[in-house]
Design a protein around this ligand. Structure first.
Ligand code: M6R
Length: 608
């Protein structure tokens, strides 16, 4: 939800800001803007993508010579995408300029207060209130003013502020929205995410909530809310710059689909010992696991889908009861959490607002929180008692692929870890599980070879009106992810259904030619699924089925079959998701959709 960049140095700021925003467009792409200081603050912004902003700069033939500036790419919350609602926003007198990621909850009351003081507003945004408020509170000192402002605002924010009276400074802060500081040679930066700055620096300060940073060309100073200086460790990034580049692929999504085997290997293998799972750096002992009464897994979107697979696998292997909640529901439903419960929080970005709030809710009840996170140093990672990282590398496409599949793999690891601690699996059984788990990356890799076949098939189904994805048990959980992938990037209406539930209403939607994707990997449920396929076929559906190699009987009922390698069926979701990702991708391409930036969406949802 919105990307922020700031630069102060000896070079022209605008190219750095535009370059950084290009890397953050995944966070929001309905408008973009920059403000640089050059004899006053000069702002240029527009509705649309970053390319529109670049066009506007070119068309208006503007010289942007300023060596300090802030930039923003937006996902609209308050006020529709428009030139005037785009960031940066200024105070009425032009003294202050602000970029903001997040939501100011009490903006109405602050607006009232500022209106009474005679201030006039031009936009519908909550951010303009911050610019005006900053100006209203301004006492000549940027840090002190920021402290006063954040004492008055409520909500989530990452802020970058410029002031005409301090043309050499940017002041910034974060609370519940990500922001980091990039440390350069005679230049310094702020940004919402590392890829924006990777070209310039590998050294960062990861800001904590309410830490204020004063950025100058030759210094970075951090303060707490009492204006006391804070010292921080530098976080050094070791990934390759190409990890955040498309590397010749048309879209990040395809690159990330192809990167899944590698991410899985990095996530799984270092945690496998000969006959045991070793989860380094987590404080949860075998005795703690023995004492677990219940597990609550909480997440949003695809991470929630991975959690549902996790429930099936953890319950099966460890016999610990698992409840899975949507974070947006969990936080408001007054969940019953007991002392010996464990809360598992799952999030690729580690910044999803509802998921972060759910984590805090669990902690408020005194429950231990273990999180599964991809972004190192993100809010969720920092606030959890224990973190298990998914080593997928940076995920840029809005539709998650490698993020989801590596989350699944951590669920498997946890299930086995819990199963062993609870003494539900013996050494031999564990050795077999480990052997099967080692095969997961290569199975995923082998399924990538379906690409050409799926590309052809996508042409046939690209104009579908509705697509249903059905399965039972783990296959139903996998169906949810397949269905989400398709609808979010191709805009085809799609629903996932527990195959046995279809006839309780939804089957009335099946008509001649409706596409049904049926997943049938669970041996004990195979025949039942075949019956469900027959039911939809009898009503005119076209069926693409997925089954385990050797179960050729399915060819008698389905129009098209994808086989997944024979393996432990508890791990089947890792395989079945691959053809669905490829199908969604190629259908979206066929329909001319912008695969990496689907309409109305943003990668990390840092608002409720
Ligand atoms: O970063 P998170 O894993 O917390 O994000 C959760 C969801 O917003 C995310 O999975 C979303 O559903 C994706 N667009 C799915 O592709």
């Amino acid at each position: 939800m919105c990307g922020i960049v700031g630069y102060v140095g000896l070079e022209q700021a605008a190219p750095v800001l535009l370059q950084g925003l290009g890397k953050l467009e995944y966070r929001g792409y309905d408008s973009a803007g920059i403000a640089v200081y050059q004899n006053g603050i000069f702002t240029i912004k527009t509705k649309g993508r970053l390319t529109d902003l670049k066009e506007k700069i070119k068309k208006e033939d503007i010289t942007l010579s300023g060596k300090i500036g802030i930039g923003h790419t937006r996902w609209a919350t308050h006020g529709a995408p428009s030139d005037v609602n785009s960031h940066p926003h200024s105070s009425e007198n032009g003294r202050i300029s602000v970029v903001h990621n997040g939501i100011i909850e009490n903006y109405m009351e602050l607006k009232e207060m500022l209106l009474k003081k005679g201030r006039k507003f031009v936009s519908e945004t909550d951010t303009e209130i911050i610019a005006q408020l900053f100006d209203d509170c301004y006492n000549g000192d940027m840090v002190e003013t920021m402290i006063e402002v954040i004492g008055k605002i409520r909500g989530a924010y990452a802020l970058g502020v410029l002031c005409t009276e301090h043309p050499d400074q940017i002041v910034a802060v974060r609370k519940d929205s990500p922001l980091l500081v990039g440390l350069g040679e005679k230049e310094n930066y702020i940004a919402s995410d590392i890829p924006a700055l990777l070209e310039y620096t590998r050294d960062y300060y990861l800001l904590e909530d309410n830490e204020i940073v004063l950025l100058k060309q030759n210094s970075v100073t951090l303060f707490d809310l009492n204006k006391k200086e804070i010292k921080k460790e530098v976080f050094h990034v070791t990934w390759d710059v190409s990890a955040a580049e498309k590397d010749g692929y048309d879209y990040f999504m395809m690159k990330e689909i192809v990167e899944q085997p590698e991410g899985l290997r990095k996530t799984i293998f270092p945690r496998l010992k000969e006959q045991a799972i070793q989860l380094d750096h987590i404080s949860l002992t075998q005795q703690d696991v023995k004492n677990i009464n219940k597990i609550h897994i909480v997440a949003c979107g695809s991470a929630w889908h991975a959690s549902i697979v996790g429930k099936y696998v953890i319950e099966k292997v460890s016999r610990i009861p698992v409840e899975v909640d949507l974070a947006s529901e969990f936080r408001y439903r007054n969940p019953i959490l007991q002392k010996n419960d464990l809360c598992i929080i799952v999030s690729q970005s580690g910044e999803t607002a509802d998921t972060l709030a759910a984590l805090r809710e669990a902690k408020k009840h005194g429950v231990r929180v273990l999180s599964i996170v991809n972004v190192v140093g993100s809010s969720i990672a920092r606030e959890s008692d224990d973190v298990l990282y998914t080593w997928a590398g940076p995920e840029i496409a809005v539709a998650t692929t490698k993020g989801y599949s590596t989350q699944l793999s951590v669920m498997y690891l946890l299930a086995l870890y819990f199963g062993a601690a609870k003494e539900h699996i013996g050494k031999e059984e564990m050795a077999k599980y480990i052997q099967d788990l080692k095969k997961v990356p290569e199975d995923v890799e082998s399924l990538l070879s379906l690409e050409e076949r799926i590309k052809t098939l996508a042409k046939e189904y690209a104009q579908s009106k509705d697509v249903f994805v059905i399965g039972r048990g783990i296959d139903y959980a996998a169906a949810m992810e397949g269905s989400l992938k398709l609808k979010e990037i191709s805009y085809i209406h799609s629903e996932a259904y527990a195959a046995g539930e279809l006839k309780h209403g939804t089957i009335s939607l099946i008509e001649d030619g409706t596409l049904v994707v049926a997943i049938a990997t669970q041996e004990a449920l195979f025949e039942k699924l075949v019956s469900n396929i027959k039911e939809v076929k009898a009503r005119g559906a076209r069926v693409i089925a997925m089954a385990v190699e050797g179960n050729d009987d399915i060819e008698k009922v389905a129009d098209e079959v994808f086989y997944i390698p024979k393996t432990n069926e508890l791990f089947s979701a890792s395989s079945t998701v691959v053809p669905m990702q490829l199908l969604a991708y190629y259908i979206a391409v066929e329909r001319g959709c912008d695969v990496d930036k689907p309409r109305n969406l943003a990668k990390s949802v840092t608002v409720e």
